[in-house]
Write a protein that binds this ligand. Sequence first.
Ligand code: PRX
Length: 635
Amino acid sequence: MSNYHIKHLEEYYQVYRKSVREPENFWGEVAEEHFMWRKKWDNVLSWDFNTPEVKWFQGAQLNITENCIDRHLLTRGDKTALIFEPNNPEEAAQHITYRQLHARVCQLANVLKDQGVKKGDRVCIYLPMIPELSIALLACARIGAIHSVIFAGFSSTALSTRINDSDCKLVITSDGSYRGSKSIDLKAIVDEGLEDCPGVETVLVVKRTNTAVTMKEGRDKWLQPLLDKAYQDCVPEIMDAEDPLFILYTSGSTGKPKGMVHTTGGYMVYTGYTFKNVFQYTENDVYWCTADIGWITGHSYIVYGPLANGATTLMFEGVPSYPDYSRFWEIVEKHKVNQFYTAPTAIRALAKQNISFAEKHDLSSLKVLGSVGEPINEEAWHWYNDVIGKKKSPIVDTWWQTETGGIMITPIPFVTPTKPTYATLPFVGIQPALLDEKGVELKGNQVEGRLCIKFPWPGMARTIWGNHERYKDTYFSAFPGMYFSGDGALRDEVGYYRITGRVDDVIIVSGHNLGTAPIEDAINEHPAVAESAIVGFPHDIKGNALYGFVILKESGESRMHDNLRKEINQIITEHIGPIAKLDKIQFTSGLPKTRSGKIMRRILRKIASKDMSNMGDTSTLLNPEIVDVIKDSAL
Ligand code: PRX
């Protein structure tokens, strides 16, 4: 029996049982047999979910890039580590071998050192999906700098808030980025954002679009000439297992984003081990995850997990609709992709197109199909299974979060029988629990409740940057002694899990996690707005879309409203980015509020979803009459 590579259902149950009964032995063996350490740990795990404090492999020393690159050089030096597929299909793809990746990571690491970056410093990375992005993560990790990648679709305000929160001293960006037929002036966004970031000393700029940019004397430098002069080897910084590897921001229930902190040893072991099993990766496979590296999926399953296994990982700069809706399938055929990992939003958008877009391409290389980021509905699941997988490639519906670092509930392909819309069984080492509102654990099957995790796993985030109290409040206070995910789930008659969606004020739009509070804060900045409330409503492609209820300071004429709607979406774009724009905006004279002044979102959600039949108990409302007023002018 192999602990590392699970191939049969019986093996899964055996390994799972071991991981729960003897977690320290289990994870100790996985870590020892499959990863490279400079010094072994003194202690596999110490934990307390009340403080909360979790430490894995304490006392161990390592560098994650030695695991992701150096140790493959002898046996896989000429193997392709990274395939880069550009936005424009006419531009040649790039194949970067492990040896070349090593040289490029070392060069950038040396440039960062020359610019004064030291172990523990924070580096902000704001780049499109080009090889330099993966290389930048690894270069930071090489020298022990903590990377903070900001998704390149975020606005200048969102960028500066995040840069200041973690006090980044250096930013890596590019002149511009390509997205389908559009090109975006990234450097201009950075320039605007940095007006509010006095702590940033240096900006390194990658040339991608050749658009004209302003270079600020003494601060901004083109990266290529510095790389050309840099030495192609760089001694890795030796890190403690619990040293931070990166910060990645996620939205929450207040306006301030949460900088989730992931540490080095546990994150490496967990992403490496989950990658191997969830994608059943074998040596010559080509693996493609369509996520952006600006999100956790890209960190864990484009960069660290695949490279820790010596895999070939493809990164794609563009969008599924450019030049047309066959692009994904063209790439699968061109690079003979074996494992394909994407989001339900993309699946739904592609399933709406003429079937010939998929059918004209040879998809026979595909072995495993993954889904992540939001619940996958039955129709999309079947289309993916039938049209793309030809019913022979199992779908792995993987549930996890920025906070969990790696996949938590998932089928193991060819091992776990799949069931449409179910993420199925907990991954090895994961102990889920469903709790009712009072915090009582619901035992047995056929129950539905709040999804919690009872026991630590190596990939979990350790804190929120600069705010451990908030980490405790958000994840460990609702149900003391447990990690609370913020999601609801049900467990069916055989113990399979199905994620039912968020139970807090986070809305998943097109797979992006959006807190309502930051959007409301942005809208309330509009001089004409007195108050606002955002809820989600079901959307064919995006899963959820956003519906805003807005109270104006002075009720304007209705013909003004369309202009106001545009302005409100403009303000949201400036504060957060276009992903947070509202699909519908209803102007109203009031919002349903409880006596303690809380907006009753449950009612707004029903109205936004056009589910007007039964509004439930409205007796605790301060202003029950407003419900009919809002209903009557619902959009
Ligand atoms: O609500 C769950 C949903 O996405 C949330 C996490 O979002 P984020 O931190 O951005 O990470 C996304 C990629 C890991 C979860 O709380 N979610 C994620 N995967 C699934 C899902 N909902 C249902 N099914 C999934 N497979």
